[in-house]
Design a binder for this molecule. Structure first.
Ligand SMILES: *Cc1c(COP(=O)(O)O)cnc(C)c1O
Length: 423
């Protein structure tokens, strides 16, 4: 099909994420993805500054990941996981347990499902049903996950009466990471620590768990908060007999400069969700992990998707994590971080720019007003770059394999887009 036909039929029949039935701007057909580049049907090449939503950490079309899928495909694409098991799942389970220090692994088919499973685990484990989280969070689009997303920016207003009501602490102060053009990171805010303590104490009797994205709040606003708040939540959970659920779906596997977001705080959660980069951006798979003790207390866990532990996805996830283990990701993320700090400084203080911030391989330009997505996207695509701004945010989280020139192009596209904000 040619590009025009694809665009027309797509608009007629397909929903896109958070999109109207017939969106004003049609989606861009992609015909190939190779390394950090996407090739559009009209022949244009764009640098994928989004890692296809945090996932493609090794770049696209990676030979090792492709080989893992092909090898597994020749043996079997799928078998049910009820009563059966297979080597890809076993290998992945063992590897994830080793990486996280959490013994028991539930392989789910998407991040949102992993969060549902985490919530179920907490409820089954404690016999209580309310959760405590912080405002500004994002945990997925299914009902349980939505119920702990930010109550204002999230989708609560569309589903009032359907979503369970949980306890929300104030949004953590955004006082972590590097902010070019602003004073160096502050110490943790004592008033906020006290707020967490008193809120948990007030509700402890009804709470099953505390659920947060460790250190980085992703789709809820791309904000970085001090690890001291996470440490306090761990202490409070212990003090009051609650579980701590770390949603590492965006932060996991090196993105923030540490292997997991929790590592910034030196805490271990009772339950952890991973996803997104788990398969290196190739197939959909996520996981919910818990301690042996939590698993013991749960007994029979009441969840079991049809495509649980899909062998293709498990095989490529294992290959992707092996690849991560081999690549110098700490140095790569550090290099990206330094380049973002240096390069995005040009946007700090520009008219219409509220703040520039960087943590690990995540670079954010927050704007005063909501961005005109189509207009900003035109500017960055004109620079040969693919970014997907939303709300007040223009941001990048490039593949770890992004080279210096491609990174410079991403930064150039972002600063150029920021320069057009006031025009
Ligand atoms: C993306 C994301 C999810 C949801 O994952 P899906 O695979 O999109 O369902 C949950 N939590 C966090 C922190 C995420 O970034």
């Amino acid at each position: 099909m040619d590009a025009e036909t694809l665009r027309d039929l797509d608009r007629r029949h397909l929903w896109h994420p958070y999109a109207a039935a017939s969106p004003a701007v049609a989606a861009h057909p992609v015909t190939r993805a190779e390394g950090v580049r996407l090739t559009l049907a009209d022949g244009r090449e764009l640098i994928d500054g989004m890692s296809s939503w945090w996932a493609a950490i090794h770049g696209h079309n990676h030979p090792r990941l492709n080989a893992a899928i092909r090898d597994q495909l020749d043996r079997m694409a799928h078998v049910m996981f009820g009563g059966l098991t297979h080597e890809p799942a076993v290998r992945l389970g063992q590897r994830l347990a080793r990486m996280t220090g959490l013994q028991k692994v539930f392989l789910a088919d998407s991040g949102s499902v992993a969060v549902e499973v985490a919530i179920k685990m907490a409820i089954q484990c404690t016999g209580r049903s309310r959760l405590l989280t912080v405002k500004g969070g994002y945990h997925g689009d299914t009902f349980g996950a939505m119920s702990v997303c930010d109550p204002v920016n999230g989708m609560h207003h569309l589903f009032t009466g359907v979503l369970p009501s949980h306890v929300f602490a104030d949004r953590p102060p955004g006082d972590y990471g590097t902010r070019p053009g602003a004073p160096a990171a502050q110490a943790a805010d004592q008033a906020y620590l006290d707020h967490l303590s008193s809120l948990v104490a007030r509700h402890a009797g009804e709470l099953a768990a505390i659920i947060v994205e460790p250190v980085v709040q992703g789709a809820g606003g791309m904000r970085f908060y001090h690890p001291a708040y996470l440490r306090r939540l761990r202490e409070l959970a212990d003090e009051h007999g609650l579980l701590l659920i770390a949603d590492e779906i965006a932060t996991g596997f090196g993105r923030t400069g540490e292997l997991f977001g929790c590592d910034h705080a030196g805490v271990r959660p009772d339950i952890m969700c991973v996803g997104k980069a788990l398969t290196g951006g190739s197939l959909t798979m996520a996981a919910t992990l818990c301690t042996a003790e939590v698993a013991e207390r749960i007994g029979v866990l009441m969840h079991g998707p049809t495509f649980m532990a899909n062998p293709l996805a498990a095989a490529v996830a294992d290959a992707s994590l092996a690849l991560l283990d081999e690549r110098p990701w700490r140095e790569e993320v550090k290099r990206i971080e330094s380049a973002l700090v240096e390069g995005l400084a040009a946007a700090a203080g520009a008219p219409g720019v509220k703040q520039v911030r960087v943590l690990g391989a995540i670079g954010v330009i927050e704007t005063d007003d909501p961005v005109d997505v189509a207009r900003i996207q035109d500017v960055v695509m004109g620079h040969g770059v693919w970014l997907r701004p939303f709300g007040h945010l223009l941001y990048t989280m490039p593949p770890y394999s992004t080279g210096p020139d491609d990174l410079a192009a991403i930064i150039e596209a972002m600063t150029a887009a920021a320069a057009t904000l006031s025009t």
